[in-house]
Design a protein around this ligand. Structure first.
Ligand code: HEM
Ligand SMILES: *[C@@H]1O[C@H](CO)[C@@H](O)[C@H](O)[C@H]1NC(C)=O
Ligand SMILES: *[C@@H]1O[C@H](CO)[C@@H](O)[C@H](O)[C@H]1NC(C)=O
Ligand SMILES: *[C@@H]1O[C@H](CO)[C@@H](O)[C@H](O)[C@H]1NC(C)=O
Ligand SMILES: *[C@@H]1O[C@H](CO)[C@@H](O)[C@H](O)[C@H]1NC(C)=O
Ligand SMILES: *[C@@H]1O[C@H](CO)[C@@H](O)[C@H](O)[C@H]1NC(C)=O
Ligand SMILES: *[C@@H]1O[C@H](CO)[C@@H](O)[C@H](O)[C@H]1NC(C)=O
Ligand SMILES: *[C@@H]1O[C@H](CO)[C@@H](O)[C@H](O)[C@H]1NC(C)=O
Length: 346
């Protein structure tokens, strides 16, 4: 008992000394810690507190190259960041591979089948490690890359990404259910799952607006076209004209590989057309349509169509989402390879 206590004391003392040294060296650009005081993430963390001031510029440069090569990259990275944050917080657990097949990793859970962009994160990480070994977390790379990819057409970052996230060492497929909403979720489920992350109805509606870009596999919505209640019927809340178009794209039974664009009005534009489509009952998923079934969320959907309302709420909501249960300071680690946790130190 006594021994345990003095060990803890020694540990916290040595942590304190470590911190004092790194802090006093902060101005000398030595890798260190931001000051204490309840702050988690900090704007320009790598420039202000590490030997890697070029980290964010480097990420940005590679993201541009990747998006130029493949226009599906922004949607993939944005969704990957969202899946990361909603399960165990934004700590790159979504990037970890399964190491124990009886206990598979997050990315092996059902909704993963359709995630992409892992290769883009790998390439960025590799370049960043070349210049700044062991300094920049996979979680920050993902948060920055998602923002940068979506922002390219705007010529300016659409939302701020304070940095200093560190990487977790646990990833469990079993954490996905109960944290990540499904495309079949109704309003009250969506609201509860967002509330669990301290996200409001306005956050839910604005963040769902991410469905203004990207694609979905037929399996995520074909039930609405063919067998909504198990009686060979259609979802009455789906626009009948649009349903006919969708049926041509997704014959029954759906080829699991077939994808459709989520916002046919303006496929690649990150804009408010998702909300206009939604009001025409052309939201693709039940979870999209569900936003019209509650007075508050329906009002928010309507509001988002006007002026800058969507982009300004999206900016706020992405910052909140990007801060969910982050690991900072001495928590977690800086993974060397985003696919695996670091080997134990001796
Ligand atoms: C509200 C709950 C949400 C549900 C139920 C949901 C569900 C889905 C589903 C089922 C897909 C299609 C996957 C496929 O079949 O390929 C999808 C795609 C996508 N989601 Fe969500 N999502 C939600 C919220 C979000 C949020 C908060 C974001 C980001 C801020 C987001 C970003 C995306 C993007 C960008 C895509 C397109 C991915 C691609 O083209 O590769 N979603 N979502
Ligand atoms: C370009 O995109 C394709 C997929 O569309 C991918 O296979 C290829 O690796 C990418 N090239 C680079 C240099 O990232
Ligand atoms: C793999 O996961 C199972 C189930 O959680 C557990 O019982 C087992 O000990 C794990 N094996 C290893 C090598 O960690
Ligand atoms: C997703 O999970 C399936 C099994 O459910 C697995 O076959 C597939 O490789 C996983 N995809 C990724 C990207 O890990
Ligand atoms: C939500 O806020 C409460 C109160 O501030 C906090 O204890 C909890 O950890 C937060 N949850 C998440 C997921 O951030
Ligand atoms: C419709 O759903 C019911 C109940 O789940 C199922 O028994 C039936 O086979 C389905 N029919 C079609 C055509 O998919
Ligand atoms: C169905 O979509 C069309 C546009 O494709 C729109 O004109 C019509 O108003 C929509 N119907 C309903 C009931 O929302
Ligand atoms: C994971 O991280 C926790 C907390 O930082 C630590 O206690 C634990 O030993 C780590 N586990 C592994 C397998 O690295």
């Amino acid at each position: 008992m006594k021994r345990g206590l003095s060990f803890l004391l020694l540990l916290s003392l040595s942590l304190f000394v470590f911190e004092a040294i790194t802090l006093s060296n902060a101005s000398l650009n030595i890798d260190g810690l931001p000051p204490r005081g309840g702050v988690g993430l900090i704007p320009n963390f790598y420039r202000r507190f590490t030997r890697c001031p070029q980290a964010e510029t480097l990420v940005n440069t590679i993201v541009r190259i990747k998006v130029q090569n493949d226009s599906t990259v922004p949607a993939k990275l944005l969704r990957l960041h969202y899946h990361d944050c909603f399960v165990r917080g934004c700590e790159a657990s979504i990037l970890l591979d399964t190491t124990n097949t009886t206990n598979p990793a997050e990315k092996a859970a059902f909704p993963n089948l359709t995630l992409g962009g892992f290769d883009v994160i790998d390439d960025i990480k590799e370049e960043v490690e070349k210049e700044c070994q062991g300094i920049v977390s996979c979680a920050d790379i993902l948060a920055l890359a998602a923002r940068d990819a979506v922002s390219i057409p705007f010529g300016t970052p659409l939302w701020e990404v304070p940095t200093g996230r560190r990487d977790g060492n646990i990833s469990l497929a079993s954490d996905v259910t109960g944290n990540l909403p499904s495309p079949f979720s109704d309003y009250s489920t969506l609201q509860q799952l967002f509330d669990k992350k301290n996200l409001t109805v306005d956050d839910l509606v604005a963040l769902s607006g991410a469905h203004t870009i990207g694609v979905a596999h037929c399996g995520a919505f074909s039930k609405r076209l063919y067998n909504f209640t198990g009686k060979g019927d259609m979802d009455p809340s789906l626009n009948a004209t649009y349903a006919e178009t969708l049926k041509k794209e997704c014959p029954n039974p759906a080829n699991p590989a077939t994808v459709v664009v989520m916002d046919p009005a303006r496929v690649t534009a990150f804009d408010t057309s998702y909300f206009s489509i939604l009001e025409q009952h052309r939201g693709l998923f039940q979870s999209d349509a569900a936003l019209l079934t509650n007075t508050n969320s329906a009002a928010a959907v309507n509001r988002m169509k006007f002026g800058n309302n969507f982009l300004s709420q999206f900016r706020t909501s992405m910052q909140k989402m990007g801060a969910i249960e982050v690991l900072t300071r001495t928590d977690g680690e800086i993974r060397t390879n985003c696919h695996v946790v670091n080997p134990p130190k001796n």
